[in-house]
Ligand binder design. Sequence first.
Ligand code: ZN
Length: 284
Amino acid sequence: MFRLVTVAGRAALEHDGGWYDLGQLTGDEAFSAPAGALAHHGALHELSERCAERPPDGRLADVTLGPPVPDARQVFGIGLNYRSHAAESGMELPPAPLTFTKFPSCLAGPTTDVRLSGDTVDYEAEVVVVIGADCRHVPEDRAWAVVVGITAGQDISDRHVQLSGSPPQFSLGKSFTSYGPTGPAVVSVDAFADADDIALSCEVWGGAVQQASTAQLIFTVPQLVSYLSSICTLYPGDLIFTGTPDGVGMARGRFLAPGDVIVTRVDGVGELRNRCVGPDEEEH
Ligand code: ZN
Protein backbone atom coordinates (compact mmCIF):
# COMPACT_ATOMS: atom_id res chain seq x y z
CA MET A 1 0.00 0.00 0.00
CA PHE A 2 1.21 3.55 -0.64
CA ARG A 3 0.14 7.20 -0.37
CA LEU A 4 1.43 9.43 -3.18
CA VAL A 5 1.55 13.21 -2.63
CA THR A 6 3.23 16.15 -4.33
CA VAL A 7 5.54 18.61 -2.62
CA ALA A 8 6.57 21.64 -4.71
CA GLY A 9 5.28 19.84 -7.81
CA ARG A 10 7.41 16.73 -7.24
CA ALA A 11 6.03 13.29 -6.48
CA ALA A 12 6.66 12.03 -2.96
CA LEU A 13 5.56 9.13 -0.81
CA GLU A 14 3.87 9.77 2.51
CA HIS A 15 4.91 7.56 5.40
CA ASP A 16 4.24 8.00 9.10
CA GLY A 17 3.78 11.79 8.97
CA GLY A 18 6.82 12.37 6.75
CA TRP A 19 7.35 12.77 3.00
CA TYR A 20 10.00 11.15 0.83
CA ASP A 21 10.94 12.66 -2.54
CA LEU A 22 10.60 9.88 -5.13
CA GLY A 23 13.35 11.20 -7.39
CA GLN A 24 15.75 11.06 -4.41
CA LEU A 25 14.44 7.75 -3.10
CA THR A 26 14.87 5.99 -6.45
CA GLY A 27 17.76 7.98 -7.93
CA ASP A 28 15.56 8.14 -11.04
CA GLU A 29 14.13 11.52 -12.00
CA ALA A 30 11.38 9.79 -14.04
CA PHE A 31 9.72 9.16 -10.66
CA SER A 32 9.60 12.84 -9.75
CA ALA A 33 6.73 13.53 -12.19
CA PRO A 34 3.52 12.30 -10.53
CA ALA A 35 2.09 10.67 -13.68
CA GLY A 36 5.53 9.10 -14.26
CA ALA A 37 5.52 7.68 -10.75
CA LEU A 38 1.99 6.30 -11.25
CA ALA A 39 3.08 4.57 -14.45
CA HIS A 40 5.48 2.57 -12.22
CA HIS A 41 3.03 2.02 -9.39
CA GLY A 42 4.14 -1.59 -8.90
CA ALA A 43 7.42 -0.22 -7.53
CA LEU A 44 5.66 2.31 -5.26
CA HIS A 45 4.45 -0.43 -2.91
CA GLU A 46 7.98 -1.67 -2.30
CA LEU A 47 9.42 1.87 -2.12
CA SER A 48 6.82 2.74 0.49
CA GLU A 49 8.09 -0.09 2.70
CA ARG A 50 11.65 1.17 2.25
CA CYS A 51 10.62 4.57 3.69
CA ALA A 52 10.47 3.04 7.17
CA GLU A 53 14.24 2.47 7.05
CA ARG A 54 15.29 6.09 6.60
CA PRO A 55 14.48 9.58 7.85
CA PRO A 56 11.97 11.56 5.77
CA ASP A 57 12.92 14.54 3.58
CA GLY A 58 10.46 16.59 5.62
CA ARG A 59 7.33 16.51 7.73
CA LEU A 60 3.92 16.75 6.04
CA ALA A 61 2.82 19.27 8.67
CA ASP A 62 5.50 21.69 7.44
CA VAL A 63 4.58 21.78 3.73
CA THR A 64 1.63 22.78 1.56
CA LEU A 65 0.69 19.81 -0.58
CA GLY A 66 -0.18 20.32 -4.23
CA PRO A 67 -2.74 18.32 -6.23
CA PRO A 68 -1.43 14.71 -6.12
CA VAL A 69 -1.64 14.44 -9.94
CA PRO A 70 -1.14 17.98 -11.32
CA ASP A 71 -0.08 16.58 -14.69
CA ALA A 72 -3.18 14.48 -15.42
CA ARG A 73 -3.62 14.12 -19.16
CA GLN A 74 -7.41 13.66 -19.02
CA VAL A 75 -9.88 14.56 -16.28
CA PHE A 76 -13.34 13.03 -16.68
CA GLY A 77 -16.40 14.11 -14.70
CA ILE A 78 -19.58 12.06 -14.33
CA GLY A 79 -22.91 13.86 -13.87
CA LEU A 80 -25.98 12.51 -12.06
CA ASN A 81 -24.34 9.32 -10.80
CA TYR A 82 -26.25 9.10 -7.49
CA ARG A 83 -30.05 8.66 -7.50
CA SER A 84 -30.38 11.11 -4.61
CA HIS A 85 -28.62 13.88 -6.56
CA ALA A 86 -30.51 13.20 -9.81
CA ALA A 87 -33.76 13.46 -7.81
CA GLU A 88 -32.85 16.77 -6.12
CA SER A 89 -31.81 18.15 -9.54
CA GLY A 90 -35.15 17.13 -11.06
CA MET A 91 -33.32 15.15 -13.78
CA GLU A 92 -34.02 11.72 -15.27
CA LEU A 93 -31.46 8.99 -14.62
CA PRO A 94 -29.01 8.90 -17.56
CA PRO A 95 -29.00 5.69 -19.64
CA ALA A 96 -25.18 5.83 -19.94
CA PRO A 97 -22.58 7.69 -17.83
CA LEU A 98 -23.18 11.42 -18.41
CA THR A 99 -19.61 12.48 -19.08
CA PHE A 100 -17.98 15.91 -19.24
CA THR A 101 -14.41 17.09 -18.83
CA LYS A 102 -12.79 19.21 -16.20
CA PHE A 103 -9.88 20.68 -18.15
CA PRO A 104 -6.66 19.78 -16.27
CA SER A 105 -5.75 23.46 -15.76
CA CYS A 106 -8.52 23.61 -13.10
CA LEU A 107 -6.72 21.16 -10.80
CA ALA A 108 -5.84 22.56 -7.38
CA GLY A 109 -4.38 21.25 -4.15
CA PRO A 110 -6.05 20.08 -0.95
CA THR A 111 -5.84 23.52 0.69
CA THR A 112 -5.79 25.82 -2.36
CA ASP A 113 -8.20 28.77 -2.27
CA VAL A 114 -11.16 28.53 -4.65
CA ARG A 115 -11.50 31.81 -6.57
CA LEU A 116 -15.24 32.30 -7.07
CA SER A 117 -16.29 33.28 -10.61
CA GLY A 118 -19.74 34.57 -9.66
CA ASP A 119 -22.62 34.21 -7.21
CA THR A 120 -23.87 30.76 -8.34
CA VAL A 121 -20.77 28.70 -7.54
CA ASP A 122 -21.45 25.32 -5.90
CA TYR A 123 -19.57 22.49 -4.17
CA GLU A 124 -19.69 18.79 -5.16
CA ALA A 125 -17.79 16.30 -2.97
CA GLU A 126 -16.59 13.32 -5.02
CA VAL A 127 -14.48 10.19 -4.88
CA VAL A 128 -11.87 10.41 -7.64
CA VAL A 129 -10.42 7.35 -9.36
CA VAL A 130 -6.81 7.51 -10.61
CA ILE A 131 -5.80 5.40 -13.63
CA GLY A 132 -2.44 3.58 -13.54
CA ALA A 133 -1.97 2.10 -17.02
CA ASP A 134 -2.28 2.81 -20.73
CA CYS A 135 -5.49 0.99 -21.55
CA ARG A 136 -8.38 0.64 -24.00
CA HIS A 137 -11.48 -1.56 -24.05
CA VAL A 138 -11.09 -2.66 -20.42
CA PRO A 139 -13.76 -5.22 -19.45
CA GLU A 140 -15.59 -4.54 -16.18
CA ASP A 141 -14.08 -7.54 -14.44
CA ARG A 142 -10.55 -6.20 -15.15
CA ALA A 143 -11.27 -2.55 -14.41
CA TRP A 144 -9.88 -2.37 -10.85
CA ALA A 145 -6.58 -3.74 -12.21
CA VAL A 146 -6.02 -0.53 -14.22
CA VAL A 147 -6.97 1.74 -11.30
CA VAL A 148 -3.91 2.69 -9.25
CA GLY A 149 -5.62 4.55 -6.45
CA ILE A 150 -8.28 6.80 -5.01
CA THR A 151 -8.22 10.45 -4.01
CA ALA A 152 -10.75 13.05 -2.84
CA GLY A 153 -12.05 15.74 -5.18
CA GLN A 154 -14.27 18.80 -5.32
CA ASP A 155 -16.08 19.32 -8.61
CA ILE A 156 -16.59 23.06 -8.06
CA SER A 157 -19.25 24.25 -10.51
CA ASP A 158 -20.42 27.68 -11.70
CA ARG A 159 -24.10 26.74 -12.16
CA HIS A 160 -24.87 29.72 -14.36
CA VAL A 161 -22.08 28.90 -16.83
CA GLN A 162 -22.75 25.14 -16.55
CA LEU A 163 -26.45 25.32 -17.35
CA SER A 164 -26.88 28.40 -19.56
CA GLY A 165 -26.27 26.73 -22.96
CA SER A 166 -28.97 25.08 -25.00
CA PRO A 167 -28.27 22.20 -24.82
CA PRO A 168 -26.13 22.82 -21.69
CA GLN A 169 -22.38 22.11 -21.92
CA PHE A 170 -20.98 21.35 -18.48
CA SER A 171 -17.21 21.45 -19.09
CA LEU A 172 -16.34 25.16 -18.93
CA GLY A 173 -18.52 25.93 -15.91
CA LYS A 174 -16.57 23.24 -14.04
CA SER A 175 -13.12 24.28 -15.28
CA PHE A 176 -12.43 27.76 -13.90
CA THR A 177 -8.90 27.92 -12.48
CA SER A 178 -8.94 26.35 -8.96
CA TYR A 179 -12.26 24.51 -9.55
CA GLY A 180 -10.66 21.06 -9.19
CA PRO A 181 -9.28 20.66 -5.65
CA THR A 182 -7.87 17.13 -5.22
CA GLY A 183 -5.82 15.23 -2.66
CA PRO A 184 -4.41 15.14 -0.15
CA ALA A 185 -2.91 11.86 -1.47
CA VAL A 186 -3.50 9.17 -4.07
CA VAL A 187 -4.07 6.09 -1.90
CA SER A 188 -3.45 2.69 -3.48
CA VAL A 189 -6.55 0.52 -3.99
CA ASP A 190 -5.24 -2.25 -1.72
CA ALA A 191 -5.54 0.11 1.26
CA PHE A 192 -9.36 -0.06 1.10
CA ALA A 193 -11.27 -2.92 2.73
CA ASP A 194 -13.94 -2.62 0.00
CA ALA A 195 -13.03 -0.29 -2.87
CA ASP A 196 -16.65 -0.37 -4.08
CA ASP A 197 -17.92 1.04 -0.77
CA ILE A 198 -15.98 4.21 0.10
CA ALA A 199 -17.64 6.84 2.31
CA LEU A 200 -17.47 10.52 1.35
CA SER A 201 -18.81 13.68 2.93
CA CYS A 202 -18.80 17.45 2.65
CA GLU A 203 -19.07 20.16 5.26
CA VAL A 204 -19.69 23.84 4.59
CA TRP A 205 -21.32 26.69 6.53
CA GLY A 206 -20.36 24.91 9.73
CA GLY A 207 -22.35 21.70 9.19
CA ALA A 208 -22.59 18.49 7.15
CA VAL A 209 -24.17 19.02 3.72
CA GLN A 210 -23.33 15.79 1.87
CA GLN A 211 -22.83 12.23 3.07
CA ALA A 212 -22.83 9.03 0.98
CA SER A 213 -20.87 5.97 -0.11
CA THR A 214 -19.68 4.89 -3.55
CA ALA A 215 -21.76 1.74 -2.93
CA GLN A 216 -24.66 4.03 -4.02
CA LEU A 217 -23.17 4.95 -7.42
CA ILE A 218 -25.54 4.30 -10.34
CA PHE A 219 -22.59 3.50 -12.63
CA THR A 220 -19.92 1.73 -10.56
CA VAL A 221 -16.19 2.36 -10.89
CA PRO A 222 -15.72 -0.80 -13.06
CA GLN A 223 -18.61 0.30 -15.30
CA LEU A 224 -17.14 3.83 -15.65
CA VAL A 225 -13.64 2.56 -16.49
CA SER A 226 -15.03 0.08 -18.99
CA TYR A 227 -17.31 2.66 -20.63
CA LEU A 228 -14.73 5.47 -20.84
CA SER A 229 -12.01 3.11 -22.12
CA SER A 230 -14.36 1.85 -24.84
CA ILE A 231 -14.14 5.38 -26.31
CA CYS A 232 -10.91 7.03 -25.09
CA THR A 233 -7.47 5.55 -24.51
CA LEU A 234 -6.77 6.03 -20.78
CA TYR A 235 -3.32 6.97 -19.44
CA PRO A 236 -1.51 6.79 -16.09
CA GLY A 237 -2.59 9.74 -13.97
CA ASP A 238 -5.96 10.22 -15.69
CA LEU A 239 -8.65 11.18 -13.18
CA ILE A 240 -12.33 10.21 -13.07
CA PHE A 241 -14.54 12.33 -10.79
CA THR A 242 -17.19 9.69 -10.11
CA GLY A 243 -20.12 11.99 -9.31
CA THR A 244 -21.64 13.77 -6.34
CA PRO A 245 -24.46 12.69 -4.00
CA ASP A 246 -27.39 14.88 -2.89
CA GLY A 247 -27.01 17.97 -0.75
CA VAL A 248 -25.44 20.45 -3.20
CA GLY A 249 -26.04 24.17 -2.71
CA MET A 250 -28.22 24.54 -5.81
CA ALA A 251 -30.84 22.23 -4.26
CA ARG A 252 -30.65 24.26 -1.02
CA GLY A 253 -30.94 27.63 -2.76
CA ARG A 254 -27.60 28.74 -1.35
CA PHE A 255 -24.25 29.19 -3.11
CA LEU A 256 -20.64 29.69 -2.06
CA ALA A 257 -19.53 33.13 -0.88
CA PRO A 258 -16.10 34.60 -0.08
CA GLY A 259 -14.94 33.36 3.32
CA ASP A 260 -16.78 30.03 3.13
CA VAL A 261 -14.61 26.96 3.82
CA ILE A 262 -15.41 23.68 2.04
CA VAL A 263 -14.28 20.55 3.88
CA THR A 264 -14.36 17.38 1.77
CA ARG A 265 -13.65 13.99 3.32
CA VAL A 266 -13.09 10.58 1.73
CA ASP A 267 -12.63 7.66 4.12
CA GLY A 268 -9.14 6.19 3.90
CA VAL A 269 -7.84 9.20 1.92
CA GLY A 270 -8.21 12.23 4.17
CA GLU A 271 -9.59 15.70 3.81
CA LEU A 272 -9.55 18.76 1.54
CA ARG A 273 -10.03 22.15 3.17
CA ASN A 274 -10.56 24.91 0.61
CA ARG A 275 -11.41 28.52 1.41
CA CYS A 276 -13.47 30.56 -1.06
CA VAL A 277 -12.14 33.96 -2.11
CA GLY A 278 -13.73 36.71 -4.18
CA PRO A 279 -12.53 37.62 -7.68
CA ASP A 280 -10.12 40.33 -6.49
CA GLU A 281 -9.10 38.95 -3.11
CA GLU A 282 -5.53 37.83 -2.47
CA GLU A 283 -5.13 34.04 -2.57
CA HIS A 284 -3.00 31.67 -0.54
ZN1 ZN B 1 -19.68 16.47 -10.19
